[in-house]
Design a binder for this molecule. Sequence first.
Ligand code: CDP
Ligand code: MG
Length: 140
Amino acid sequence: MATERTLSIIKPDATRRNLTGKINAKFEDAGLRIVAQKRVQLTKAQAGEFYRVHAERPFYDELCEFMSSGPVVVQVLEGEGAIAKNREVMGATNPADADPGTIRAEFADSVGENSVHGSDAPETASDEISYFFAGRDIVG
Ligand code: CDP
Ligand code: MG
């Protein structure tokens, strides 16, 4: 399997509870390398742009409100099959369905406030990474 990069976001519910380091340890323990990282405060409009594929979903407004409710840590993770591996480490969207040991099983509060975002495919990973980072910001 090829080396890939994926976009990860540690969401406001997790930064509020000071869980950045514990979540980063899960990525590193799984063999993912954090090759870019910054802490930012999104506006609701920026959150809306990032999550525009969900614009028609009933949870969209609440999601944008939540994602702009506090700081997030955006990061690029790199590794063999990083996109799928990160989704495994994250666990299912709804923490009630997430496998034991996953980030969402251990830390997430609810289906909405579920601690992490991870890209779901190569095209979205590439788009999402370039939404937050220039090439020179990523050092593998
Ligand atoms: O984040 P993931 O790719 O696992 O799930 P998604 O289906 O792409 O949904 C994006 C985000 O919308 C989720 O991570 C949740 O924060 C939120 N969401 C929600 O609030 N209620 C749902 N029923 C589904 C998703
Ligand atoms: Mg998704």
